[in-house]
Design a protein around this ligand. Structure first.
Ligand SMILES: *[C@@H]1O[C@H](CO)[C@@H](O)[C@H](O)[C@H]1NC(C)=O
Ligand SMILES: *[C@@H]1O[C@H](CO)[C@@H](O)[C@H](O)[C@H]1NC(C)=O
Ligand SMILES: *[C@@H]1O[C@H](CO)[C@@H](O)[C@H](O)[C@H]1NC(C)=O
Ligand SMILES: *[C@@H]1O[C@H](CO)[C@@H](O)[C@H](O)[C@H]1NC(C)=O
Ligand SMILES: *[C@@H]1O[C@H](CO)[C@@H](O)[C@H](O)[C@H]1NC(C)=O
Ligand SMILES: *[C@@H]1O[C@H](CO)[C@@H](O)[C@H](O)[C@H]1NC(C)=O
Ligand SMILES: *[C@@H]1O[C@H](CO)[C@@H](O)[C@H](O)[C@H]1NC(C)=O
Ligand SMILES: *[C@@H]1O[C@H](CO)[C@@H](O)[C@H](O)[C@H]1NC(C)=O
Length: 567
């Protein structure tokens, strides 16, 4: 790795100049990364909340280019996300290798409900190949962000978790017990490990504990400061996995907010894992937001930075702020912009980058096997009463938004007849059941015939716009488009892929970046294909609806290091 010392604003900066890894390493919302090296390959799991299948695992050989390898949770016997609101679901996976098997500890939170007081449940699953995973073992301990650590010296297995001190004060800290892997039981003392470095009261959130051993010392790496601007990573070390813990002199070891919350584009840096490459270089993977004019429509993405060791303490990125323009490492360059994504729905099953919402009761879609029947390919829906605004599984498939500068276009399948009002097929820029923007085709509102419409949600208001389709069926050349830019989403249609695009509505991207008051949204934007009866069963006389293809175009992302979009 080549580095260059520069003087900037009176600060000495080591700038890594070799072409190589650029951040984010996995774009689109992929929070809470946990990484495991297996030989010379890396596997990285991230949180997926209410999405299904759950808990994606990515694979890389060079740390720069990642492919979606598997999902850890694919069966209802592993997680029951029924009626799960956004912000709940399955999150904070940590992968470990214990007694010759891979383990993934995580938690599921079925709902938030101040009446039911449902707590997250801690669990772990295991696998021989990181592809096929067992049913869960439910842990005795309660809490958030569980991780399993096997002490290489004693072979004891510890569960480390963020937990409340009791159910009355609810002052959170990092807790631990030795566990029996097969039963989930705490077999050792349940102990408080560390409360982090920040003032310790009921609003502090020491979380995401990751434990590792290096040069005869044990390290406990945590996240602190909550999930927003104060998010950071801190570390402590000990001669025993049970403590006592000595905090690093340079904590927090990662915190871009130290340079101002509205200054650097990269913010909310934390929830990290440290690992070594086969040749002994250390790196940190962590989550961060790209904060564009104060908001981050892509949510929390996966980032990587180099780590140096000094006096047995890690120094992240030379102690310098994380900048998007920085690159490091000597590996092959990342493909940027990524190759366009095209799905003709011509495979026997849906590609792994498509998700459903919550644990599906029924599949809700069908891949039309066009080759055999002399028809085209496509995805057809079996629409139900539910839509994107319901806490259920609508007939919808979603793909994470991977770029801040792209288009998402979908070609509709032709229909045999028309749609009545409420019978809807469309696409969406989707954040949650509370915030999603739609362009679709349905029966017109207040008049006969079919219309192309947009439905834009801003806070609790919804803006509805429509144009008559002037046809009694959907033709095979109708395309719907979403143009996504850092600060806006624009919704339009064309006849023919390269036909003139007619733009109907535009909305600020900030409406897909914030939770409504008193709510949590931990995901980022996705694009959805969906169909719905809007509160009514799909009538037997209504036509079959679906899409023939999806086409994404990714443009270059010129996102500055400093969040200076307001001026
Ligand atoms: C962490 O805080 C809790 C609650 O105040 C306290 O009971 C516990 O002893 C503290 N743990 C450590 C390691 O200081
Ligand atoms: C906890 O401490 C922080 C920092 O002193 C303070 O800002 C916050 O209001 C405190 N929270 C509570 C619940 O006391
Ligand atoms: C914010 O960024 C500017 C450069 O645009 C720099 O001059 C300033 O010192 C930074 N503020 C802080 C608090 O680091
Ligand atoms: C539909 O009719 C209702 C009631 O008359 C009216 O409030 C609404 O503005 C109309 N909407 C459109 C899009 O025409
Ligand atoms: C959205 O609505 C909430 C509650 O009505 C309000 O407090 C908040 O300021 C609104 N946000 C914006 C950006 O208008
Ligand atoms: C349908 O016809 C009207 C009137 O000519 C026109 O304004 C509208 O754009 C047409 N709709 C579409 C989808 O082309
Ligand atoms: C988006 O892509 C266009 C076309 O390549 C380019 O002109 C523009 O600068 C890009 N915008 C951003 C914010 O990256
Ligand atoms: C950036 O956000 C501010 C308010 O937070 C708004 O006034 C301004 O118009 C936004 N800038 C752009 C270019 O959208």
């Amino acid at each position: 790795m080549r580095r260059l010392l520069i003087q900037l604003l009176g600060i000495q900066l080591w700038v890594h100049t070799a072409l190589g890894v650029k951040n984010p390493i996995i774009s689109g919302w992929n929070p809470d990364p946990s990484i495991l090296r297996v030989g010379d390959e890396y596997y990285l799991a991230t949180s997926s909340f209410e999405y299904w299948p759950s808990t994606p695992i990515y694979k890389s050989k060079d740390l720069a280019n990642w492919e979606l390898y598997s999902h850890a949770i694919t069966r209802p016997s592993q997680a029951q996300l029924f009626g799960t609101p956004t912000g709940a679901g399955t999150w904070a996976p940590t992968m470990s290798y214990i007694n010759g098997k891979y383990y993934l500890a995580a938690m599921t939170r079925w709902t938030y409900d101040s009446v039911a007081k449902v707590w997250p449940r801690v669990m772990w699953i295991c696998s021989d190949d990181l592809k096929a995973w067992s049913d869960p073992i439910w842990g005795d301990a309660w809490g958030i962000d569980p991780s399993l650590f096997q002490d290489p010296a004693s072979q004891k297995v510890y569960l480390n978790v963020m937990a409340p001190n009791n159910n009355i004060d609810r002052v959170w800290g990092i807790y631990q017990c030795e566990v029996e892997l097969g039963s989930g039981e705490c077999t050792g003392k349940y102990r408080s490990l560390w409360n982090g470095t920040m003032p310790h009261n009921s609003s502090s959130r020491p979380e995401g504990p990751k434990m590792f051993k290096r040069d005869q010392r044990y390290y406990l790496l945590i996240a602190e400061g909550g999930t927003d601007d104060l998010h950071r990573a801190s570390i402590a070390r000990s001669s025993s996995p049970e403590g006592p813990w000595e905090p690093a002199p340079n904590n927090p070891i990662l915190f871009n907010g130290a340079f101002g919350y509205d200054n650097l584009t990269v913010q909310s840096t934390g929830h990290a894992t440290i690992f070594d490459t086969p040749n002994g270089d250390s790196y940190l993977v962590y989550l961060a937001r790209r904060k564009i004019n104060g908001s981050s429509p892509l949510g929390r993405e996966t980032f990587l930075s180099p780590v140096d060791w000094k006096d047995g303490w890690p120094i992240v990125n030379g102690g310098n702020p994380i900048l998007l323009s920085q690159s490091f490492g000597s590996v092959a360059d990342q493909k940027a912009p990524p190759t366009p994504f095209i799905d003709m729905f011509d495979k026997p099953s849906l590609g792994p980058s498509w998700y459903q919402l919550r644990t599906p009761y029924t599949k809700g879609f069908h891949l039309q096997n066009g080759h055999k029947k002399g028809r085209g390919n496509g995805i057809t829906f079996k629409p139900n009463v539910f839509g994107l605004g319901d806490r259920d599984t609508p007939a919808a498939v979603l793909r994470k938004q991977k770029s801040l500068n792209m288009t998402f276009s979908a070609q509709l399948l032709p229909t045999q007849s028309g749609l009545g009002y409420g019978e809807t097929i469309g696409i969406s820029a989707y954040l949650s059941e509370l915030q999603h923007q739609i362009i679709g085709v349905s029966g017109c509102l207040n008049s006969t015939g079919m219309c192309i419409f947009t439905q834009i949600m801003m806070n609790s208001t919804t803006e509805y716009r429509q144009v008559p389709l002037n046809s009694t069926t959907i033709a095979s050349n109708l395309f719907l488009h979403i143009r996504a830019k850092p600060l806006s989403y624009t919704f339009g249609y064309s006849f023919g892929k390269d036909g003139t695009k007619h733009w109907l509505s535009e909305v600020s991207s900030s409406w897909l970046a914030f939770a409504p008051t008193d709510w949590f949204v931990f995901t980022g934007a996705s694009f959805a294909l969906f169909a719905t009866g809007t509160g009514r069963p799909w009538p037997p006389h209504a036509p079959k609806v679906g899409f023939a293809q999806v086409h994404e175009t990714h443009f270059e992302e010129n996102i500055p290091d400093y969040d200076r979009w307001a001026v």
